[in-house]
Design a protein around this ligand. Structure first.
Ligand SMILES: [Mg+2]
Length: 272
C-alpha cells in the first residue's frame, strides 16, 4: 500500500541548514519548521559531504528530536553523509548508523594524506578524522580563503602524484577541491548518489511524494535535482548567489529565495 504525501525535502547542509561561515545552526526557527513538516507526515532528508558524527556534534539530530511533537515521525527522516557513503536513520525508536561497504579508501592512503597535511599544510589545513568512506582535508576555521586556495593547488598536485601510485591508481578515486576542502573520494559518490539513495529509501517505505523539493546553495547541489528530475516531480530551491548558478542541466522548476542560505531555507518553508 502506498501513502501519498505533499512534499519530500532533500536539504544540503552547509549553507542551507547551517551557516556557511559559523558552521553551525544559527537560523532561529529553522529546525522547528523542519520538525513541523515531519509532524505533518512529510519526509525530510539531509544530503551532505559531512560525516554523520559532524552532524551529530552540531546538535542537528538532538534539536530535531526535541522539536518534533511526535518522536515516531522521525522515521520519515534520514541523513545521508559523505556524499552517499554513510547514513543515519531513526529506526524502531532509536538512531541507527549505516555505512556503504562498497565505498572506501585504503587505510595506507589515509595515513599518507594525513602525514602530508601534518608535514606541509598544517598551517592552513587539517585532516578530518571523522570520515569513514572518504578522505577529507579542510581549511582551519578563520584562515584566509585566498591563502588556502593558493596552497590548495600544491596539495592537489601532491595528491595527484600519490594517486598515480600502482597501489591506488586502479581504485577509481577522484580529487574534489572545493572552497574550503580538498577531498579524495570514490569516483561514483556525490550529491547524485545521495539523492538516489534517498529516493530509493522513500520508495521502499511505500511513500509517494507529490513534490520532491531539493534545496541547495552550491552548484554541486543541482546534481540532486538532475538525478531525480526524469523519474519524479522535482523542484530545485536555490538559496545561494543566483549569479553563480549554472542551471543549464535542469529542466525542473527552479525557485530562488530572497534571503540567502539558512534564512532562505526558512523563507521557502514558510512560503508553503
Ligand atoms: Mg552547501
Amino acid at each position: 500500500m502506498s501513502q501519498t504525501i505533499a512534499h519530500a525535502f532533500l536539504f544540503d547542509v552547509d549553507g542551507v541548514i547551517t551557516d556557511p561561515a559559523e558552521k553551525k545552526v544559527t537560523q532561529k526557527g529553522l529546525i522547528e519548521a523542519i520538525a513541523e513538516r515531519l509532524d505533518s507526515d512529510e519526509v525530510v532528508t539531509l544530503n551532505t559531504g559531512r560525516s554523520i558524527s559532524w552532524l551529530s556534534e552540531k546538535g542537528i539530530f538532538r534539536e530535531l528530536e526535541t522539536s518534533v511533537k511526535d518522536k515516531s515521525k522521525l522515521s520519515n527522516f534520514i541523513a545521508i553523509g559523505e556524499k552517499g557513503g554513510t547514513w543515519q536513520a531513526y529506526e524502531a525508536g532509536t538512531w541507527k548508523n549505516h555505512i556503504d561497504e562498497s565505498i572506501e579508501v585504503p587505510l595506507e592512503l589515509q595515513d599518507r594524506i594525513r602525514r602530508l597535511i601534518e608535514e606541509r599544510f598544517s598551517d592552513l589545513m587539517f585532516f578530518d578524522e571523522s570520515k569513514l568512506t572518504m578522505i577529507s582535508t579542510e581549511m582551519i576555521d578563520g584562515k584566509s580563503i585566498t591563502e588556502f586556495s593558493e596552497k590548495q593547488k600544491d596539495l592537489v598536485e601532491e595528491m595527484n602524484r600519490i594517486l598515480l601510485d600502482p597501489d591506488y591508481k586502479n581504485l577509481n578515486l577522484r580529487i574534489d577541491p572545493t572552497t574550503i576542502a580538498t577531498d579524495i573520494q570514490n569516483a561514483h559518490v556525490g550529491k547524485h548518489l545521495g539523492a538516489r539513495k534517498i529516493a530509493d529509501w522513500i520508495q521502499s517505505k511505500g511513500i509517494k511524494p507529490e513534490h520532491f523539493i531539493t534545496v541547495g546553495d552550491s552548484q554541486s547541489d543541482t546534481d540532486m535535482a538532475e538525478e531525480l528530475q526524469d523519474d519524479y516531480p522535482v523542484e530545485f530551491v536555490f538559496v545561494g548567489d543566483p549569479e553563480k548558478l549554472d542551471s543549464s542541466r535542469l529542466h525542473c522548476p527552479i525557485i530562488f529565495t530572497k534571503a540567502r542560505y539558512s534564512a532562505g531555507a526558512l523563507e521557502y518553508l514558510k512560503s508553503l
